[in-house]
Design a protein around this ligand. Structure first.
Ligand SMILES: [Fe+2]
Ligand SMILES: [Fe+2]
Length: 349
């Protein structure tokens, strides 16, 4: 795996910068828990270690035939530098993101970057006119009005949507339906996460964005399947139980690595990495403990819980499964207020 990367600048402009652009502060993400400057490098090292551990566990379960076949090839590919393999977002989205994160950039400059890409323009108007924002306010049809309505957090969410959509790939007919289902689930999870975030006092628009990104690791894995398909000129043949286990084990840490590669802040990357709650305790004693921040206090941990709850709720709804809240809370180690969350989730029952 690659060495730990250098820390990235925070992706969220301070609130006063947002105000100076006359953007509504209704959905501007709050400042995250302060962390030492090298925490991005520490998290990256931790995630690399987790990816290597999971790959070793998967490899140990392979027969010699599978190890020398397509499953072994995929494991060897994923043991390379995943961050370097993460596809870069479209240029217009990258420029818009840089502008959004520049505290000195005016709203006019930010919107100029949006105007370079008609798809971004369309997405911003669509986001501002979604029921969450437009209820009781009517439609907006100018970019300026749309930006004022959704705030900096909303602009960020629009850009992240475009970046993840750019990742949607063609992993081959065998896996295309799976990749599409994952994306649909991510899109459905985002508003549930936003509602939960608002309910428990977390920055709602950040929860929306991270809900949209929470299974980013799965899309990265499908993207690698697509790259291997191109390189070998054939679709990889993977036993379904193997692929299911691989996605389950790896999508958290690989999603965290990809989030850091896209310059998301450490708390957001950690929330994505830790949302599969089987592994959340690992972060307590490692780098998180070293920071002198308890797991329950950190914003990344609470957003990770929101993501876990939102994804479980969506999947249980789609599958028609019973939703045993107390059981899920106990199994996943959640500390969110169960009654408040249950009441809010009735909207999506
Ligand atoms: Fe997940
Ligand atoms: Fe999910």
């Amino acid at each position: 795996m690659s060495p730990p990367r250098q820390p990235d600048p925070p992706n969220r402009p301070p609130a006063d910068a947002a105000q100076s652009r006359q953007v509504s502060d209704r959905s501007v993400p709050a400042a995250t828990t302060s962390t030492p400057a090298d925490s991005a490098g520490e998290l990256r090292a931790r995630l690399d270690h987790d990816v290597a551990t999971e790959l070793a566990a998967l490899d140990s379960g392979l027969t010699p035939v599978l190890r020398s076949g397509d499953p072994g090839m995929l494991l060897r590919d994923l043991s390379g530098d995943v961050a370097a393999a993460v596809r870069r977002p479209p240029l217009a989205a990258q420029q818009a993101l840089v502008a959004c994160r520049d505290p000195n950039a005016s709203l006019g400059i930010i919107l100029d970057t949006f105007r370079q890409d008609p798809a971004l323009t369309q997405k911003l108007l669509g986001h501002a006119n979604s029921p969450f924002y437009s209820a009781g306010h009517g439609a907006v049809n100018s970019l300026h009005a749309a930006a004022q309505r959704v705030g900096t957090g909303g602009l960020h969410a629009v850009l992240m949507t475009a970046m993840v959509e750019g990742l949607l790939c063609r992993p081959g007919p065998e896996y295309e339906v799976m990749a599409q289902k994952v994306w649909s689930h991510m899109v459905r999870t985002a508003p549930i996460a936003r509602l939960l975030g608002r309910t428990v006092g977390l920055p709602a628009e950040t929860c929306y964005t991270l809900g949209l990104l929470h299974d980013l690791g799965k899309l990265i894995i499908f993207d690698r399947l697509s790259a291997l398909r191109t390189a070998t000129r054939q679709t990889l043949r993977l036993p379904r139980p193997f692929l299911t286990e691989l996605l389950g084990r790896l999508h958290g840490p690989i999603g965290g690595v990809a989030a850091l590669a896209w310059n998301l802040d450490v708390e957001s990357a950690r929330a994505i990495a830790a949302h599969p709650r089987t592994s959340y305790r690992r972060y307590q004693d490692s780098w998180y403990g070293q920071l002198g921040v308890t797991l329950e206090e950190s914003e990344g941990e609470r957003i990770g819980q929101v993501l876990a709850l939102a994804e479980w709720w969506d999947l249980a709804t789609i599958r028609g499964e019973a939703k045993e809240m107390e059981t899920f809370w106990a199994r996943s180690g959640l500390t969110l207020p169960i009654d408040d969350c249950g009441l809010a989730l009735l909207q999506y029952a």
